[in-house]
Write a protein that binds this ligand. Structure first.
Ligand code: DQA
Length: 145
């Protein structure tokens, strides 16, 4: 089975409690369980992790680069300014950036992501379903075994 890392950045551990009108009422634990199930249905071994430490996220991206492991990444607020995260993303062969909300339709400081140009592609504004779509894309884009 192909391993995929789903990596969630700062404040996403607050899912379900943080601004539910924007981010929904599902907790990070519930999302993680759902994505593992989704992955199994797609033939993927999904590992879901969240951190509020930029250094930790960068270290997970380094692991993904070393293992050539596809990544679904929501860099959260780091999207908007972290060149460290963007540089680490450059090294990973396949990264689908996901934003739960449509960042282009929100406050001006959220409109740009410094990560997007380094990612394979981006899904924004489709709610938590964006993670499922990212996994479906990764599953569909793997070379036949
Ligand atoms: C987010 C959008 C970011 O602007 C914000 O800082 C987040 C979540 C999203 O998933 O919509 O924490 O990445």
């Amino acid at each position: 089975m192909i391993k995929v890392m789903v990596l969630n950045g700062v404040n996403l551990g607050r899912l379900g409690r943080r601004e539910p009108a924007i981010y929904g009422s599902v907790s990070h634990d519930q999302l993680a369980r759902h994505l593992v199930e989704t992955g199994l249905g797609l033939g993927l071994e999904v590992e879901v992790k969240q951190t509020d430490s930029e250094a930790e996220l960068v270290s997970w991206l380094h692991q993904a680069a070393d293992q050539a492991c596809p990544v679904v990444l929501n860099p959260a607020a780091w999207s908007h300014y972290s060149l460290a995260v963007a540089d680490a993303v450059r090294e990973v062969p396949q990264v689908v950036e996901v934003h739960i909300s449509n960042i282009a339709a929100r406050e001006p400081y959220r409109h740009d992501s410094v990560v997007t140009a380094q990612a394979t592609g981006v899904i924004a504004g489709l709610g938590l379903g964006g993670y499922d779509l990212a996994l479906a894309h990764i599953a569909a884009s793997q070379p036949a075994a």
